[in-house]
Unconditional design. Structure first.
Lengths: 193, 193
């Protein structure tokens, strides 16, 4: 697998912001069952091995699952405040649920194992988005296994096919478009900011 | 006009982050003509007077214009890094172009007048997203009027009807849903994070 040409710029931005944990937070847009836009913050969990696919995690009880199952496309928007640059990555989404028969289960397990205890614990909390459970014990469940993901834990992959990189620092500014071709090579163009 | 109940939390977050100019940057999701999601960073330009509508600006030459004209709905996602909270605001979009016959032209003009010189100048740059114009003079146009907006300058309004406020700080965390009712009052519910 060849690294996509936008990977080096993204790695540089991540390195430059490594002291800010929230620089790994970005926004994922999807389309709901009525064809309306939805947008929420997700956490970048690294690239899937030997690929250019971005990894995120989600709960099978969250609303975005239905969106993604009906329309498996997303665009993430990632803004880096120190280097003042934006990456927009558009592509197909793959949801790796507990039931999916796929070698991707290894990646799902690996991402689970890398999570902090508190991040794993959230998957044992009450149904997200439903009326608040007032019993505080509901939010203090017993610690889940560190090796075997809970059933509602999903890995979410984004396979970019269009990347738009804007650098606000520069005279005037720089902006690059990257498009994945059918032969999996990337076409790059410098465009007006 | 009554302030929506989510306004005080949002004002508090903005105040808390007033030293970070980028805390006014947020991500706007729309749906393109093929029904696919699109996502980009926009800058919050305050609320439209006597309303709960958020103001943004855009260039009539940008891709999102066609998206919004075909499907005038958007969801913005706003993450505040110090207070560790997220606001998702979903609602109808109104595009105030130069040609729109509306009293909103006053707001369009007012937002233009409040822009910095460098922000105004960008509307005189070459067509955004097109192949890069290599002549550097193209990016050094003469200064546009400070009072009369350029024709391609648009005001964009988002009128929230659903707001999802998540606070990651808290034991465990807090999340509130706000839904605008037909009578324009807001229904509020505490939900599981």
């Amino acid at each position: 697998m060849k690294l996509a040409p936008w990977r080096s710029s993204l790695s540089r931005a991540l390195h430059q912001h490594r002291s800010q944990p929230y620089s790994r937070y970005l926004q994922l847009a999807t389309v709901d069952s009525q064809g309306l836009p939805a947008n929420r913050t997700v956490v970048f969990r690294g690239f899937l091995a030997d690929s250019n696919q971005l990894q995120f995690i989600t709960d099978s009880r969250s609303n975005k699952i239905a969106h993604i199952e009906a329309k498996p496309w997303g665009e993430v928007c990632w803004y880096f405040n120190k280097s003042r640059e934006q990456f927009r990555l558009f592509g197909q989404l793959t949801l790796v649920t507990a039931n999916l028969k796929s070698t991707l289960q290894f990646a799902r397990q690996e991402v689970w194992q890398k999570l902090s205890d508190s991040a794993r614990l959230q998957f044992a909390w009450p149904h997200p988005g439903k009326e608040r459970v007032e019993n505080p014990e509901a939010f203090s469940p017993s610690k889940p296994s560190e090796t075997e993901p809970l059933n509602n834990f999903c890995l979410l992959l984004l396979n970019p096919e269009k990347v738009d990189h804007l650098q606000l620092i520069g005279e005037p500014q720089n902006r690059y478009l990257y498009l994945r071709q059918r032969d999996q090579t990337w076409w790059t163009q410098s465009v007006n900011p």
